[in-house]
Design a protein around this ligand. Structure first.
Ligand code: C2E
Ligand code: CA
Ligand code: CA
Length: 566
């Protein structure tokens, strides 16, 4: 009943039962019954019982509790244990001779009761054993139901509980919510896994708390994906804000970005999994946006997702059947009196047998995201190289053609060697193929890309920085970059005539190019006014619908024939 007793009672293999009764005779009777199988420790009143369970909560497998005791009685012990999450799990059997007390103690959280007097030892033994087994089973169930790191329900159990909650509260409108951490792999890579785990736990705690307050449920759907099932509400932006604050406390303001996708007023006729798929689809639409973190699902999104899947599935077949065609958009040098054809940009088109012509804006980002772009680009570059060879053979001359090179292409193994092989294999010069690399490729992963760019240039390739103005290059950085031309982002050119700020931006970019001693290409030039204004501001080269749309091979061949090449 004291320290000594507790220590003796702590035995590794046998389960420990705490007997709480103020009468010595009762303690001895129960002890005699139980000790063949259990380690038994004793408390002669409620206060001591509470002391013991608080000291060694994990060691006690069951409490046998007398209700009527001096000082602190059994009811108070029951209440104190129920109030403490650590102690709530310990099964508790009430010892009583009053029928009324049984009901009340069960309501207070007792597992079972044993009637006094203790004249049926086998019954007592059986009840104790059953209660311990039940409690241990439910511990095991809890361990498989919940995720180890965060304590949230695993996906499968989460779905089961959501389904149950629909049954318990019929007719209640519900929202399915997916929460994702943007670029979580970077958090792990840059700050270490332990830090990543800390962020996930903080998020989980806040999500759990919010779900609990709102009478909803929360689960973990995967590494950095959290799922929440909440009663319908017009906006869950407050929820997003409160969980963002929780990560800001650890990582600092704005360091961790979250995305939240909401499928509102779920359709109860579809499965729980499908409901959360929809939330996830909404969440994924935010992947590319730096400023928006909250999106609602609408049925068009699903259509888009299906369309995207179709394109990804069919890429291989399309390559084999040569459904991808290259079109050539002329670039004109405008420095002289008359615009002069000086090169072209190769742009891919997908001539789909059922869907017709598909624009690269639809499939290039998808292929990039799914790691498929290099295969398509390889095909395009070889096609372009062969075409230049053909023009040289037919006309004795050709213009250089620029091809688009994705960041993933640049970083792929043996890229420079492959490019050189393609050129050599068609008996071309490296100056026949220009490489367009988008500005953000340089700024996202600069060091490695810059090395590759140097190596490409040392082989004689010329590099054009595409979409200049859309990334975040600083002037210092630009001065160190190996580039041969700047291609202005189309969005500035579009408004150059009506918007003084955009005109000023273009002028600045042209000044930067002149500082770097490289020519400026403006693309997306659609009108005479834009062309003249750009000319006036010393732009060197122009590409756009005003001069020509991208052309199929035969049309472009006519242009070369007419202009006589370089
Ligand atoms: P980009 O490299 O910035 O290409 C310029 C885009 O602007 C092309 O769209 C072109 O058709 C369009 N354009 C040209 N002149 C005008 C104009 O005056 N007005 C307007 N509104 N648009 C004009 P496209 O062909 O749809 O290509 C979109 C993007 O897809 C390209 O942007 C490029 O990033 C990517 N892309 C195209 N072909 C390939 C390829 O073979 N490989 C890779 N990796 N990406 C490609
Ligand atoms: Ca381009
Ligand atoms: Ca561009």
């Amino acid at each position: 009943m004291d320290e000594q007793n507790i220590k003796e009672g702590i035995h590794k293999l046998k389960r420990t039962v705490l007997v709480v009764d103020d009468e010595l005779i009762n303690r001895e009777l129960l002890g005699a019954i139980l000790q063949q199988k259990y380690d038994v420790i004793y408390a002669e009143n409620g206060r001591k019982a509470i002391d013991i369970v608080r000291k060694i909560p994990g060691r006690i497998s069951l409490v046998l509790l007398d209700l009527l005791m001096p000082e602190v009685n059994g009811y108070e012990v029951l209440k104190a244990m129920q109030a403490d999450p650590k102690l709530r799990k310990i099964p508790l059997i009430v010892l009583t001779s009053e029928k009324d007390a049984e009901v009340e103690s069960l309501q207070l959280g007792a597992t079972d009761f044993i009637p006094k007097p203790y004249n049926m030892p086998e019954v007592i033994m059986a009840r104790v054993q059953r209660s311990i087994e039940l409690a241990e089973d439910s511990d095991i169930i809890l361990a498989t139901e919940t995720d180890r790191l965060t304590g949230l329900y695993n996906k499968d159990f989460f779905f089961q509980y959501c389904t149950k909650s629909d049954v318990y509260v019929p007719g209640r409108q519900m929202d399915a919510i997916a929460v994702n951490v943007s670029r979580f792999h970077l958090v792990n890579e840059l700050k270490g896994r332990a830090f990543g785990d800390k962020i996930l736990c903080a998020l989980a705690d806040e999500i759990k708390y919010f779900a609990f307050q709102s009478e909803g449920l929360a689960g973990r759907g995967g590494s950095d994906l959290f799922l929440v099932y909440l009663p319908h509400c017009d906006s869950h932006r407050d929820f997003l804000e409160s969980i963002s604050d929780a990560t800001a406390e650890i990582a600092g303001e704005g360091r961790i970005n979250l995305r939240m996708g909401v499928y509102q007023n779920v359709d109860f006729s579809i499965s729980m999994e499908e409901r959360f798929d929809k939330a996830n689809i909404a969440c994924n639409t935010l992947r590319k946006s730096a400023s928006e973190h909250y999106a609602l699902y609408d049925s068009n999104l699903h259509e888009k997702e299906l369309f995207a899947e179709k394109l990804i599935d069919e890429m291989d077949k399309a390559l084999a059947q040569k459904q991808f065609k290259v079109v050539y958009q002329p670039k004109f040098n405008i420095k002289g009196e008359e615009p002069r054809l000086c090169s072209a940009e190769a742009l891919v088109r997908w001539q789909h047998p059922e869907l017709g012509m598909i624009s690269p804006g639809l499939f290039i980002p998808l292929f990039e995201e799914h790691g498929l772009i290099s295969r398509l680009d390889d095909y395009i570059w070889r096609d372009v190289a062969r075409q230049i060879r053909d023009w040289k053979n037919r006309f004795g001359t050709a213009v250089p053609v620029s091809v688009n090179v994705s960041r993933i292409d640049l970083l792929s193994q043996g890229f420079e060697e492959k490019m050189a092989d393609i050129v050599r294999g068609n008996e071309l010069q490296t100056s026949d193929m220009l490489l367009e690399i988008t500005e953000s490729a340089y700024t996202d992963s600069s060091d490695r890309i810059i090395d590759i760019a140097h190596s490409l240039r040392s082989r004689g390739f010329k590099l054009e920085m595409d979409d200049f103005g859309s990334g975040y290059s600083s002037l210092n950085m630009l001065a160190a970059l190996p580039i041969d031309a700047l291609k202005l982002d189309m969005k500035f050119v579009r408004n150059i005539c009506g918007n003084a700020k955009d005109l000023r931006m273009v002028q600045l970019m042209i000044e930067i190019a002149s500082f770097l001693n490289v020519p400026v290409i403006a693309e997306g030039v659609e009108t005479k006014e834009q062309y003249l204004l750009l000319k006036e501001n010393n732009c060197d080269i122009i590409q756009g619908y005003y001069f020509s749309k991208p052309l199929f091979v035969e049309q472009f061949s006519e242009l070369i024939a007419k202009q006589g090449g370089k």
